[in-house]
Design a protein around this ligand. Structure first.
Ligand SMILES: Cc1ncc(COP(=O)(O)O)c(C=O)c1O
Length: 387
């Protein structure tokens, strides 16, 4: 039977609307001349350090700048990543590194390398909206486990154990966390590691917010001795350095995974863009002062936003995740009435449903999309919506 015009089952349910449910209402308000503050986007407003910018890389300085790069990554970037990982807590052998075109692409490659269709992945929820689709497009089954919004009251080990089946092959761990702003404690990481070892799971560590921990950074899960044979970590320069459009990230992990990951990279994008790799290499070495400034400003924006929402201050990341029930009619099925009211007041937020099936009445609020003085005006709009 010909398939046309039907597309593949695994991807037919994916949609580009994950963040844009409210886009047409926002566009209509903007057409009337209204300002809509974009607290729904997962980006940061600060321009990247000069060294990393596209316009700082010139063909005169780098002959062949627009040629293919080596699949694994340019040596200058691999060197810088090696130094950076060592500073983050553990040296990683050069042959275990892979440069990728940002973490969205990197995690897709990880899913293809580690998972077969039908494999189950423990997905503590709420979660970064794209990870569900990344797993689904591989044909894997994301097993959503309400987790992050109740971290202080659950038994982490028992909660994960209860979701294990004979088909479970991996667990996805993202700390500092999008969207709750929580950071795992060492005891919580211990519990996750015990479950991973007991059931022979891959640990997929999403380190997107590694540099945005607002108190003392806690050691990342991938640095543990007992997970060296079963982890893959994904890093990106998007959040740390304001380089989301540069599409640069890197993977590293257990030798058993990395050979296949490099092979999948060949058939995915082949290589990451040379100009941005050169910029990335520079900023990994010289960007610490930028990071410190960024962290302080984001932490302050996070505290002010949390105070308006009446929730605890974020421990890291760029988001807060809030149960909107107090501002919703009791019978509302989802947060839409509040999201629409917020939009009418001038602020766009993300529906919690995009972060997991259990969170229809929640909203996600980004506190890093605007400079602090403009963010204050967005918070005024939010106050109006909260009534
Ligand atoms: C937790 C998490 N992982 C990965 C990514 C993707 O990052 P990149 O811009 O490198 O694709 C994001 C982006 O929002 C994120 O929040």
């Amino acid at each position: 039977m010909p398939r046309l015009p039907r597309v593949a089952d695994t991807t037919s349910t994916l949609s580009t609307a994950v963040f844009s449910q409210l886009a047409s209402r926002a566009a209509a308000l903007q057409a009337q001349g209204r300002t809509i503050y974009p607290l729904h986007v997962g980006d940061t407003w600060m321009e990247p350090p000069v060294e990393a910018r596209a316009e700082s890389q010139r063909t005169e300085d780098h002959p062949g700048l627009h040629q293919y790069a080596p699949v694994q990554g340019m040596p200058v970037l691999l060197d810088a990543i090696g130094r950076r990982l060592e500073r983050l807590g553990r040296a990683v052998a050069r042959e275990r590194l892979q440069v990728v075109n940002g973490a969205t692409s990197g995690l897709s490659i990880v899913a293809e390398a580690l998972l077969d269709p039908g494999d189950e992945v423990l997905l503590p929820s709420p979660f970064w909206p794209l990870i569900r689709g990344i797993l689904a497009k591989r044909g894997a089954v994301p097993v959503q486990i309400p987790f992050w919004d109740r971290l202080d009251s659950i038994d982490v080990e028992a909660t994960l154990e209860a979701a294990i089946t004979p088909r479970t092959v991996a667990i996805y761990v993202n700390s500092p966390h999008n969207p709750t702003g929580r950071v795992l404690t060492t005891a919580q990481v211990d519990a996750i590691a015990r479950v991973a070892r007991r059931h022979d799971l891959w640990v997929i560590a999403d380190e997107a917010y590694q540099d945005l921990s607002f108190s003392e950074p806690r050691p990342s899960i991938w640095t543990r001795d007992d997970l060296q044979d079963r982890y893959v970590a994904s890093h990106t320069l998007s959040k740390s350095y304001g380089l989301a459009g540069a599409r640069i990230g890197y993977l590293h992990g257990a030798p058993a995974a990395m050979a296949t990951i490099s092979a999948v990279q060949v058939y995915s994008t082949y290589c990451a863009p040379r100009p941005m790799q050169i910029g990335a290499a520079r900023v990994l070495d010289v960007g610490d002062a930028f990071l410190a400034k960024r962290r302080d400003e984001f932490a302050e924006a996070g505290r002010r936003t949390a105070d308006v929402l009446g929730v605890p201050h974020p421990e890291g990341g760029t988001f807060l995740f809030v149960d909107a029930s107090p501002w919703l009619p009791r019978d509302a099925e989802d947060a839409m009435p509040f999201l629409e009211r917020a939009l009418d007041a001038g602020v766009q937020l993300t529906p919690g449903a995009s972060c997991g099936d259990h969170y229809a009445r929640f909203v996600r609020v980004c506190f890093t999309s605007l400079p602090l003085d403009v963010h204050e005006r967005a918070l005024d709009a939010l106050r109006r919506a909260l009534g």
